[in-house]
Every structure is written in structure tokens, then in C-alpha cells.
Design a protein around this ligand. Structure first.
Ligand SMILES: Cc1cc2nc3c(=O)[nH]c(=O)nc-3n(C[C@H](O)[C@H](O)[C@H](O)COP(=O)(O)OP(=O)(O)OC[C@H]3O[C@@H](n4cnc5c(N)ncnc54)[C@H](O)[C@@H]3O)c2cc1C
Ligand code: FES
Length: 438
């Protein structure tokens, strides 16, 4: 009965139908029982029967509406902090070209030990020794598969060209991975982390929306959910230019037949003749399309180019979706949600015009002026070499303990920040003296 109820798109109609059906069943059963017992117990039994019918109706209604999960809670995999803390060497055991731009790397630990599972949507931080670079290059990549048992991690990396019209080098790490990392290469990695994760215990419908390489966290989410919470309705909406740039098409389509609650929609902005039959719509994935496909309350996950996410975020909010129901991951500069998060030091946005920064480990005390940028930029300009990756408050690589003083954030960080630590890539001094463990 629940399966049939879930086919009803309108949540109110679904709830009422579920409740009515359960009430009717309870009433018929109790009517039969009342007819069979002696007269003195009939009144009491009638009251119990009504209560049973109403309770059953409410419960079935809630389940049908997707508010209450019908299955045992799923243990959400934890991060790997108990398994390894810092860098661990991984061997590339497989390298697969997925599209014109994206190549996947399958990683297994060099020590042949176990690797922990992760929360769908999390990323891995890797470190690359690249010839010509003064220090190792650190980058973060979403885990793009959800193997069970977890015997490997897969990263799927887009080759970053130089932006058109700019005389700058192409992406350092992504091009190195594509050109110089092969099966057998060693890549050090830190444990999986990240807060852009799908809660496998929820039953509210979920809509995964991506374009380009933003598909990577959605892959682990759709696979984990399809396997561990198959009753949860999922929409998988993805935009690509054409078939040449559409990675993982067959992989996603292969999941669909085993999961009747998965709805897949691919949009090509400039399809070629030979792409006919491989996409569902022409154009971009936008809020109007999303609303026409998902006609019920849902939770939304966005990952893709900044313009794509900004337009979807605005469109979804205009169409009435609460900003708390929209989660996003940015691979570059973080997007600003309309309901901006509270900044960690937000007692007014004031920052000082100049400050003394003590870099305790390096033994340097320097005077910073507000024109000198973030603490990371200031440190680099003064020959310090802090670790960083996204430079946008997303990955947590630049996290550093603060021993005295306070910083102010230019934008809301999205990375997890340990107690007593700060992200130096997006912060400036807030007090006249700041002491950092750097
Ligand atoms: C949480 C998270 C998850 C991610 N997941 C993925 C994933 O699954 N797959 C994936 O492919 N990526 C992912 N990324 C992005 C990834 O971490 C890298 O940022 C990306 O690969 C680019 O790194 P790069 O070293 O190749 O480019 P960089 O060397 O960092 O350069 C980036 C761009 O800047 C340009 N550039 C270089 N110099 C200049 C200059 N002076 N002025 C202007 N532009 C310049 C380059 O040409 C390039 O286009 C993720 C990022 C985050 C934060
Ligand atoms: S470098 Fe990624 S959070 Fe600072």
C-alpha cells in the first residue's frame, strides 16, 4: 500500500489518502470484532477501535508523506579521523577517461590497510609534488563513487584550462593529474571530510542538481541513497554541453533500473546530432525545469559552476523553497546564500587598519596593513609558506591555531573549523595583535 501511496505526487492528497485508508481498514477490522463479542464490552471496544483507527491513520499518513522513515536508522559513516590523521600514501590502481575533460583515478592505500567509508558528498585532500613548484600543491576532490565495501576511493578530475583571454598558466594540479599521474603513481591523501553530505536517514525527497564536474559529489550521494535508503525519492538532474562533455551518463543510467524512486533528467545546452536519444531536454537546468519535474516538498543539493548555482539558488528561493532546504558545494569561490550564515567573529564587521601579526612557529613578527589582503596573502608576501588549497574558506587546508587576538572573516567559511583555529585564506586581523601557530 505504501508503494502505491508514494506514487501520489501531491503530499496533502497522499497524506489524506494514506490516513483514510488506514482508518477504513482499522474500522472494518474492529467492526468485525465488535460483532463477535458480548454486549457489555461493545462500548469500550468501540472507543478503542476509534482510537486505533485514528492512530493508524495518522501514522500511515505521516509515513506516506515521507516524514517518518519506515526503516531502521542507517549508521551514517563517520569521517576517517580514527583511521589515519595526516597524509597517507595511496596508489592509483585505475585511471579512466570519463569525458573530454574528466578523468577518474581509483586510489587504494599503499600499505594495503583498510580504508573507512565516508559520508556521501565528502571530499579527499591530496598533495602533489609537481616539478617546478616551490612546495607541494594541495587540492581537494569530491569522492565520486560509493563502493561497498569501501575498498577504494575514486576522484574524478576535470582538466582546468587557462581562462579564455588571460595569459596565465592552465590549472596546475588538474593538468598534472591528467598528464603525469598514471596507474602505479603514488598520491598522498588526508582522510575524507566535508559538510556537504546527504543524511541517509531522512525520507524527505531529495533533488541532486549539477552541471559539469559538479556531478562528482552527486554520484556518491545517488549511489549511497539508492543502496541504503531506496524508498527515498531522488531526482538526479544534470546539465552538460553535449555528449562529449557528459561524464558518467551510463553509470547513472545503470543505477536507475534497480531504484524505481530514482528520476534522472539530463539537459544538453548544445546537443550534437549524434547525441539524439541520450538527453531528456535541451537547454540549461533551471529553477523552472526543477519545479516542473519535482512537484513536492524536497531537499535540494547544488554543485556546479558559480553562475549555474547562483541562478538556481535565486530561482528556487523565488519559487518558495526555503534557503534552509538548499545545500550547495562550491569548487571555487563560495556562493553567498541569501540567508547569510553568522560569521564566527561577528560582533560587528569591524577590522583594524593595521595589526601586529606574530607567526609563532616561524619566529616572525610583522605589521599588517588592511591593503595587504588576507592573512594568507600577507604571510606569502613575507616568504612564509602556509598550506592552502581552495583559498575560499571551503576545504579547511589553511586552518591554523590562533594563540591570541581575533580575526574577522571576509565571507562566511563553509569548512569545518576546529575550536581555537582560524582559516587564514579568508580572514584579516580584527584585533591590534594576533598570534598564530604558523
Ligand atoms: C570541496 C571541493 C571539492 C572539489 N571537487 C572537485 C572534483 O570532484 N573534481 C574536480 O575536477 N575539481 C574539484 N574541485 C576543484 C579542485 O580542488 C581544484 O580547484 C581544481 O582542480 C583546479 O585546480 P588546479 O590546480 O588545476 O588549478 P589552479 O592552478 O588552482 O588554477 C585554477 C584556474 O585559475 C587559472 N589561473 C592560473 N593563474 C591565474 C592568474 N594569475 N589569474 C587568473 N587565473 C589564473 C588557471 O588557468 C585555472 O583555470 C573541488 C574543490 C573543492 C573546494
Ligand atoms: S585554503 Fe581552503 S579553507 Fe583556506
Amino acid at each position: 500500500m505504501l508503494a502505491s501511496l508514494r506514487q501520489i505526487q501531491n503530499p496533502v492528497l497522499r497524506t489524506v489518502t494514506g490516513a483514510s485508508a488506514a482508518f477504513a481498514i482499522a474500522t472494518i477490522v474492529s467492526g468485525a470484532v465488535v460483532g463477535l463479542v458480548n454486549i457489555r464490552d461493545k462500548a469500550r471496544l468501540s472507543v478503542y477501535a476509534s482510537l486505533l483507527g485514528t492512530g493508524g491513520g495518522v501514522l500511515v499518513g505521516l509515513v506516506a508523506a515521507g516524514r517518518v522513515s519506515t526503516q531502521a536508522p542507517i549508521a551514517q559513516p563517520t569521517t576517517a579521523s580514527t583511521t589515519w590523521q595526516d597524509w597517507r600514501n595511496f596508489v592509483v590502481v585505475r585511471k579512466v577517461k570519463e569525458s573530454e575533460e574528466i578523468t577518474s583515478f581509483y586510489l587504494k592505500p599503499e600499505d594495503n590497510g583498510e580504508i573507512p567509508s565516508f559520508q556521501p558528498g565528502q571530499f579527499l585532500t591530496i598533495k602533489l609534488d609537481i616539478p617546478g613548484q616551490a612546495k607541494p600543491i594541495i587540492r581537494t576532490y569530491s569522492l565520486s563513487d560509493y563502493p561497498e565495501p569501501c575498498e577504494y576511493y575514486r576522484l574524478s578530475i576535470k582538466r582546468e584550462p587557462a581562462p579564455q583571454g588571460l595569459d596565465v598558466p592552465p590549472g596546475i594540479a588538474s593538468n598534472f593529474m591528467h598528464d603525469r599521474i598514471h596507474e602505479g603513481s603514488i598520491v598522498p591523501a588526508k582522510p575524507p571530510k566535508g559538510k556537504f553530505v546527504l543524511d541517509l536517514n531522512k525520507s524527505l525527497p531529495v533533488v541532486l542538481i549539477s552541471n559539469g564536474v559538479g556531478i562528482t559529489p552527486m554520484l556518491s550521494m545517488v549511489k549511497a541513497c539508492g543502496r541504503l535508503n531506496p524508498n527515498r525519492p531522488i531526482w538526479f538532474l544534470h546539465g552538460a554541453r553535449d555528449g562529449r562533455f557528459h561524464a558518467f551518463r551510463d553509470e547513472v543510467l545503470a543505477i536507475a533500473p534497480q531504484n524505481l524512486n530514482l528520476h534522472v533528467h539530463f539537459c544538453y545546452s548544445r546537443p550534437r546530432v549524434e547525441d539524439e536519444g541520450h538527453y531528456h531536454g535541451i537547454g540549461y537546468v533551471d529553477a523552472a525545469l526543477v519545479k516542473s519535474l519535482v512537484r513536492q516538498e524536497a531537499e535540494y543539493f547544488l554543485c556546479g559552476s558559480p553562475a549555474f548555482m547562483e541562478s538556481l539558488m535565486a530561482g528556487l528561493q523565488e519559487s518558495g523553497v526555503a534557503s534552509s532546504s538548499i545545500l550547495f558545494e562550491s569548487f571555487g569561490k563560495p556562493m553567498k546564500a541569501t540567508s547569510e550564515k553568522q560569521l564566527p567573529t561577528a560582533s560587528g564587521d569591524e577590522e583594524v587598519a593595521a595589526a601586529e601579526i606574530v607567526f609563532a612557529k616561524s619566529g616572525k613578527t610583522l605589521t599588517w596593513h588592511e591593503t595587504e589582503g588576507t592573512i594568507l596573502e600577507f604571510a606569502e608576501a613575507n616568504d612564509l609558506d602556509p598550506a592552502y588549497s581552495c583559498r575560499a574558506g571551503i576545504c579547511g587546508t589553511c586552518q591554523c591555531k590562533i594563540q591570541a587576538g581575533e580575526v574577522t572573516y571576509q565571507e562566511a567559511p563553509t569548512a569545518e573549523i576546529d575550536e581555537g583555529a582560524v582559516l587564514i585564506c579568508i580572514s584579516k586581523p580584527k584585533t591590534a595583535r594576533v598570534v598564530l601557530d604558523l
